[in-house]
Design a protein around this ligand. Structure first.
Ligand code: KIV
Ligand code: NA
Length: 266
């Protein structure tokens, strides 16, 4: 199919076509997702949890995201690649954010970057867009603020909190972002934001009315089960599948059923 680009993603909202996104962190899985027709591959800082085994995204560095972005870019032909800006790579000022976004694009091969925050990050988003780097915003339950929230809690439940998240989404649009992730918020709020902004909204734990959806690929494939949030749907149980394959292999090695004649050189 046609190469996904930033303008192409934006036009999908106008046409009412859902934008289907997943995270990816390596060549092999990126290739499977891309060949399946996924529109956007996000090299998320969720790699801190599902690849590195940390219990938050806070330890992830820009070098980590560059490393994984390079691998994902080699595996994709069609999908748009978005790379996350980790904690401490954009909060210290617009120049620092430009330097790090520039590295994700120049060294990693990312086509766009994503950063968490709304009103407070508007100037940074504007700076990146002006240097030619498309930006995806991310508002609501922003995991880099886990300590501020006191845990991974749904945001925007009260009227004032909902208003603040709507303001964040509108600030992100105003600053020039091409899309915005809505994470962990009531369905009614995500619907209102989706109606009020002209850029596509990509939901995760934000209900059905968003212009697109994203999940962490390890969650939806059933590879990662340290914890499973309510908004995750498992489309496969690869942890069980892999465990079964490994047990078969062990059994066959121990009983000398493997390697067989066809795996053997003479
Ligand atoms: O890091 C990540 O995977 C994300 C998505 C879940 C939106 O930010
Ligand atoms: Na992220």
């Amino acid at each position: 199919g046609r190469k996904m680009t930033v303008p192409e993603v934006c036009s999908m909202k106008e046409k009412g076509e859902k934008i289907v996104c997943l995270t990816a962190y390596d060549y092999c899985l990126a290739r499977i997702l891309d060949e399946s027709g996924i529109d956007i591959l996000l090299v998320g800082d969720s790699l801190g949890s599902v690849v590195q085994g940390h219990d938050s995204t806070l330890p992830v560095t820009v070098d980590d995201v560059i490393y994984h972005t390079k691998a994902v870019v080699r595996g994709r032909r069609r999908a748009l690649v978005v790379s996350d800006m980790p904690f401490m790579t954009f909060q210290l000022g617009v120049d620092e954010a430009k330097r790090n976004a520039g590295r994700l694009v120049q060294e990693g091969g990312a086509e766009s970057v994503k950063l968490e925050g709304g009103v407070t990050q508007a100037a940074t988003i504007e700076g990146l867009v002006k240097m030619g780097v498309p930006v995806m915003g991310h508002v609501g339950l922003t995991p880099q603020s886990v300590h501020q929230f006191g845990g991974y809690r749904i945001q925007g439940r009260g009227e004032a909190d909902a208003r603040a998240i709507l303001d964040d989404a509108m600030a992100v649009e105003q600053a020039g972002a091409f899309a915005v992730v809505l994470e962990g918020m009531p369905v009614q709020l995500a619907r209102e934001i989706t109606q009020r902004v002209s850029i596509p909204t990509i939901g995760i734990g934000a209900g059905m009315h968003c212009d697109g959806q994203i999940l962490v690929v390890h969650d939806m494939l059933g590879l990662f089960d340290d914890f499973t949030p309510k908004f995750v749907k498992r489309y496969a149980n690869l942890k069980e599948t892999i465990g079964g394959a490994v047990r078969s292999y062990m059994e066959e090695v121990r009983t000398e059923a493997f390697p067989a004649e066809e795996h053997t050189f003479h």
